[in-house]
Design a protein around this ligand. Structure first.
Ligand SMILES: C[S@@+](CC[C@H](N)C(=O)[O-])C[C@H]1O[C@@H](n2cnc3c(N)ncnc32)[C@H](O)[C@@H]1O
Length: 362
């Protein structure tokens, strides 16, 4: 019997799958509409107005009422908002107001839905790659660094002092006294900027391929009056040959190794750039390298999807390895060992369901 026909392996009936497929379509549409709500400020407007008509909500958000009314329809059917019997007065359901509207002082998580919207935006170009191979370059993702900087604020920047730096015993004191720090694939450099402000005795360097991201980072450093941080445009694909030798005490890479063109070369460069006694802190996607072990991953589908439409394809576009976001712990450890690292401790942190934190030493 063909495996696919063996109903014992997959007991879901056609009807059940049909129902699930309908939920999939509804949730896909809802994610894109949540992204629109986030970008237009509609969740915040609805929290301000309380129960209100589409006209009042549109006025508060300074948006076109007809579009707002249609959006409210999607929010209501998707269980994000309630409406009265007449279908004209709308309120966010309390949990959604808190999680998507930044209620009770919490950060809004609605920004995450932008990743789903970006997948649709890039679909045509990714389909081309399914046919001809290759990849879609960073330049085709105009809003990537902007969204990434918000993401990085939640997983890296805000918990940096309380949760991330304490993973390395003695690090905070060393930063206080003054050390050399490098952030690889720094993007808009939010983590470095925060450390540079907190530890004026230390010196901070950020390398990234993106002209736009490093320019924004440098602009912010200047605005903050920071003189101990610098950002350089660097293609790290040959970092194994170009990395300065034994130049840094502490090197970080936040969600930046898997989408490099050559993660192997970057890691070898990091090994070369570490001073004796130095430490590498690497945040990367938490997963197994075996897809069968990722079946129950809380956000596995989302991460494979994002990898296919972003992380993997931007690496392949540079002629790179395209290991993908879900390259997993086993492969990560193999790459680290091949780069010359022997001591690899992996941590999970409660604020971040997406990533592992590796503390790595030669
Ligand atoms: C997922 S982003 C992470 C950015 C940043 N660390 C953060 O957490 O916001 C990955 C970064 O790797 C950079 N990158 C990709 N390929 C690169 C290469 N060949 N050389 C240098 N940087 C590269 C990208 O420009 C991007 O900023």
């Amino acid at each position: 019997m063909c495996i696919a026909c063996d109903t014992k392996l997959n007991p879901e009936s056609l009807d059940e799958f049909g129902d699930r497929f309908i939920r999939i379509l509804n949730h896909g549409a809802l994610a894109v509409m949540i992204s629109i709500g986030h970008r237009t400020g509609l969740f915040i407007a609805m929290r301000k107005t309380g129960p209100a008509t589409s006209r009042q909500i549109a006025a508060e958000a300074k948006l076109n009422e007809r579009y707002v009314r249609e959006w409210l329809g999607a929010m209501t059917c998707g269980g994000i908002a309630n409406c009265d019997e007449s279908g004209s007065v709308f309120t966010l359901v309390p949990a959604a107001a808190e999680m998507l509207g930044g209620g009770n002082g919490a950060e809004s998580l609605a920004y995450l839905a932008q990743y789903v919207a970006m997948m649709g935006f890039i679909e045509d170009k990714v389909i081309d790659c399914f046919h001809r191979g290759g990849g879609v370059p960073y330049s085709e993702f105009p809003r990537f660094h902007e969204v990434m900087a918000v993401d990085s604020k939640q997983t890296v920047v805000d918990p940096l002092f309380e949760h991330l730096l304490p993973l390395v015993p003695g690090l905070t004191m060393a930063l206080d006294n003054g050390i050399e720090v490098l952030d690889v694939g720094c993007g808009r450099g939010k983590a470095l900027l925060k450390m540079a402000a907190e530890f004026p005795q230390s010196r901070f360097t950020g390398f990234d391929l993106s002209v736009e991201a490093t320019r924004e980072a440098a602009k912010e450093a200047e605005a903050l009056g920071l003189v101990n941080v610098k950002f350089e445009v660097r293609d790290l694909s040959d970092f194994h040959k170009t990395a300065p030798i034994a130049a840094f005490d502490f090197i970080t890479a936040f969600d930046a190794i898997h989408d490099q063109a050559r993660p192997d070369h970057v890691l070898a460069g990091i090994r070369r750039a570490l001073k004796p006694g130095g430490v590498f802190l690497m945040q990367d996607i938490g997963a197994s390298s075996n897809v069968a072990e990722n079946k129950d991953h809380a956000i596995g589908t989302l991460l494979y999807g994002l990898s296919c439409t972003h992380c993997m394809t931007v690496s392949l576009a540079q002629g790179g390895l395209g290991v993908g976001a879900m390259w997993g712990e086993q492969l990560t450890r193999d790459f680290l060992k091949d780069a010359g690292f022997r001591r690899i401790d992996r941590h999970t942190l409660s604020h971040d369901i997406q990533n592992y934190y590796y503390i790595v030493k030669p």
